[in-house]
Structures are given as structure tokens and as C-alpha cells.
Design a protein around this ligand. Sequence first.
Ligand code: HEC
Ligand code: HEC
Length: 171
Amino acid sequence: MSFRAIYAAPLALVTLVFAACGGNEPQPTSPTGPQGTATAPATTAAVAPTAPAAAVTAFRDAKGKDAQMAYMQNQVQGRMGKAFQAHDGKRYADFSCKTCHGPNYVEPKAFLPKLTMKGGNLTAFAEKPEVSKFMAEKIVPEMAAAMGEKPYDPATHQGFGCGGCHAIEMK
Ligand code: HEC
Ligand code: HEC
């Protein structure tokens, strides 16, 4: 997949920097003033090579692979790592891009287990109630915020939900 080829190389750097800063992440909202850049730790400068990437506050506004990767690195990885680790520190001790993108760095929908929609409900809530509850209550709102989206609203069917990460099969 071209997806893999595009960021397989920079990933080594990304992983290295992430390991070096021990999971610390920049503030969710990027500093806008020049003093923000001046006082930022050296690691932040190293992972945010381009000014436009640092200014973007929603993933959909990150244009191009470099900007998308910088956004993931700065706004998604650390924040979501904390959310997963708060639920199970052992299981998610090695949280990384691969937790969502898989060992071959594909899109999350191609890696994560497919969910099934039957009669208007996701079967996962009956089949795997504990993990589904955690996903719905913790992961969806946190990821929506990290992506700069509103969380899924069942009334309007708008917003970032399970289908933002998992493929959903209609039955
Ligand atoms: C918590 C889950 C999660 C983590 C961790 C994560 N991503 Fe993502 N990533 C996503 C989702 C969801 C999308 C959006 C996919 C889509 O548009 O369907 C995405 C999209 C992307 C894209 C754009 C994909 C495309 O459509 O071409 C890139 C590049 C990317 N991520 C790189 C990374 C890198 C590099 C890391 C580690 C620093 C990372 N991601 C960590 C969930 C994650
Ligand atoms: C940020 C991306 C993301 C979102 C949004 C998300 N999930 Fe997940 N989901 C994951 C990841 C990553 C895993 C793998 C966790 C693991 O391996 O422990 C997972 C695993 C699961 C599993 C376990 C599958 C299995 O076979 O063990 C279920 C069930 C699940 N998710 C349901 C849901 C439901 C239901 C929603 C919406 C309420 C949802 N997920 C939203 C990322 C996401």
C-alpha cells in the first residue's frame, strides 16, 4: 500500500522522538504567539518541522502527508495513549502509531476489527460490552476532540464515532 511507503521512513524518527520525550505531548491547542515557540521544549521543535502543521487544529485541515503525520504526532498519539493507558496501563504500555495503524501502517479501518451494524445497532455492544463501553465513553470523545471533530451524535448521525477508526459492516 502506498500509505505505508509514504511514512515508513519518517516513522523511525517519530518513534525515536516519542520515546525520548517519554510520552509528553504539547498542549492540545498550539501556541499562536511567537513566544510559544521560543519557550517550547526542544523536542517540540523537532517534531513540528513546519509552521502550518503546528497551526492546524483539526485533522481535516492537515493537508498532505507531512502535515497529517505532524498532526498525528502532536495532537493524537500522546493524548490517545493517555486515554488507552488510563484504561489498561499494561495492555497499552507500548501504545504507538501501530496500535491504530497496525504493524504495516495501514489505515485504521483496514487494521482494526470490523464492527457489525444489525437492525440499527452495533453488535459489539452485546458481544463485547466492556470494551465497547470503554470505546464509547472514553475513546470516541477523546479521539473526536483530538481530531478537532464533534463526537458522534446518535440523534443526527453526525460527528466522529466508532466508524472513524473501525470499518462498519451493515447486515
Ligand atoms: C488512536 C488511533 C491513532 C493513532 C495512535 C495514530 N493514528 Fe494516524 N490516523 C488515525 C485515524 C482514525 C485516521 C483517519 C483515517 C481516515 O481518514 O480514515 C488517521 C490518519 C492518519 C494518516 C492519514 C491517512 C490517510 O488517510 O492517508 C496518517 C499519515 C497517519 N494517521 C499517521 C499516523 C502516525 C505517523 C501516527 C503515530 C505518530 C499515528 N497516525 C497515530 C488513528 C490513529
Ligand atoms: C480512536 C480509534 C477508535 C475508535 C473511535 C473506536 N475504537 Fe474500538 N478499537 C480501537 C483500537 C486501537 C482497538 C484495539 C484495542 C486493543 O487491541 O486492545 C479497538 C478495539 C475494539 C474492540 C475489540 C475488538 C476485539 O475483537 O477484541 C471492540 C469491540 C471495539 N473496538 C468497539 C468499538 C466501538 C463500539 C466503538 C464506538 C463506540 C469504537 N470501538 C471506537 C480504536 C478505536
